[in-house]
Design a protein around this ligand. Structure first.
Ligand code: HEC
Length: 405
């Protein structure tokens, strides 16, 4: 989790969006695959039904019009015509069509196991069609069957042996099981099969196209959202962070950011600008007070220094510098006890205690000797005042040269 927290906002966004995208794509691909599959199966069933109808109609028509002609031309037998027409219609398609019967005349029309069991069902249950996915020879195949029912005209050749045309009787002797049909009886079925590999190839193509579109759309969404995120959040926040870093580094409160809108980021920037104005004002006030204090110190007739509790000098006037025999710059940061000896040399000078609920220096004035940097000694009276600034105790010491020093 902490590793995620350390990532850039943009990386995080891209990561999350990519994960979302991939899972959405997988879900969408799965759903669309299912949909395509159902669609392709329906399409296959519709086509198979149409083929079957055309073949049955052809046969019915031929059976109605053919007479002695078939005697001289076997190619006019309804079954033969229907088979040829079927072959022509399905040539160039993955559809494979047969016309089968349990009591076949031509062994080529003998049903396979699947067809035989369906034919029995048509006989017993009177279903109008059947379709299913079957594995045949290890390959998934879509199978469709529609029964053919004997009508009056069929009985000329499929009814009683005695009334059948001579060419039929010659080929199929008395007692052959292809005789004896009655009107309304199922005589056979049109059987259509399609290897699923063919259909799935189609699904695959559709799916790839679909996926490509989706990926395109998702990429555009990610890019647009990334752009919005960058423009409206990441950019301004980064700018703000850089501004704050600059302020910290330079200590200058002149920084202002371009105001933008009234949304959360706009409010943040407005607050930052207000804070800068406020800080700049306070800074100005305090440096003004500072300047006033310094000029006051300079005006004082004596040496004045301000020290921290450990004696480190943070402010000194010119007279103090003269007294210590150093340029004023060098005085700052030195310890006042480097210069003072005598009663006033102890650190207890800068001790403080509570008096009437207020902090007071323990020693308010004492005598001491200042040994300047060049060895000059001066007898001084030290007056000490205590002030508090930002949780630090500050001791302002006035070193008044003793007239008798
Ligand atoms: C003119 C005679 C004739 C008529 C009319 C006729 N058939 Fe046939 N039928 C045949 C012959 C002959 C065959 C065998 C064809 C072959 O050798 O492939 C056959 C074959 C079939 C077959 C294929 C199974 C098999 O036995 O090999 C079916 C199914 C069939 N006929 C159904 C019908 C139906 C349904 C009708 C009426 C719509 C009909 N036939 C009308 C003569 C006829």
């Amino acid at each position: 989790m902490s590793r995620l927290a350390n990532l850039h906002l943009r990386t995080k966004f891209n990561l999350i969006m990519s994960l979302l995208l991939i899972s959405l794509l997988i879900a969408a691909a799965y759903l669309s695959y299912r949909k395509q599959q159902a669609l392709v199966l329906k399409f296959a069933a519709d086509n198979a039904r149409n083929f079957a109808r055309q073949i049955i109609e052809t046969r019915d028509y031929m059976s109605g019009v053919v007479g002695d002609e078939a005697e001289r031309n076997y190619d006019l037998v309804p079954q033969v015509v229907a088979s040829r027409v079927a072959k022509r219609i399905t040539s160039g398609t993955p559809y494979y069509v047969r016309q089968v019967s349990l009591r076949y005349r031509n062994p080529e029309n003998s049903p396979d196991g699947y067809e035989a069991s369906r034919l029995k069902e048509f006989n017993q249950l009177g279903a109008k069609e059947s379709s299913s996915l079957e594995t045949i020879g290890g390959r998934l195949t879509f199978r469709y069957m529609q029964p053919m029912v004997a009508v009056e005209s069929c009985l000329a050749c499929h009814g009683e042996y005695d009334s059948a045309p001579a060419f039929v009787r010659a080929r199929f002797p008395r007692g052959h099981y292809s005789y004896g049909y009655r009107s309304g009886e199922v005589i056979g079925a049109v059987s259509v099969s399609i290897p699923m590999a063919e259909l799935y190839r189609q699904i695959g193509t559709n799916l790839r196209q679909d996926l490509l579109y989706r990926v395109g759309i998702f990429l555009i969404i990610i890019m647009v959202m990334g752009w919005i995120l960058r423009r409206s959040i990441i950019g301004p926040v980064k700018e703000l962070a850089e501004s704050i870093t600059r302020v910290t580094r330079t200590g200058s409160f002149h920084e202002r950011l371009l105001p933008r809108g009234n949304d959360e980021i706009g409010t943040l920037i407005k607050s930052f600008n207000e804070m800068m104005v406020e800080l700049e004002q306070r800074n100005l006030q305090s440096s003004e007070a500072d300047a006033r204090y310094r000029s006051l110190m300079e005006m004082a007739g004596s040496a004045v220094v301000t020290c921290l509790q450990d004696g480190r000098i943070i402010i000194a006037n010119q007279r103090a510098a003269d007294l210590f025999g150093l340029p004023r710059k060098s005085v700052l940061g030195r310890n006042i006890f480097e210069f003072i000896s005598g009663e006033g040399s102890g650190k207890e000078l800068f001790a403080a205690s509570m008096v009437d609920g207020k902090l007071r220096p323990d020693v308010e004035s004492t005598m001491g000797t200042v040994r300047g940097f060049r060895g000059r000694t001066t007898r001084v009276e030290l007056s000490i005042a205590l002030s508090e600034s930002e949780q630090q105790l500050l001791f302002t010491v006035i070193l008044r040269e003793h007239p008798r020093g």
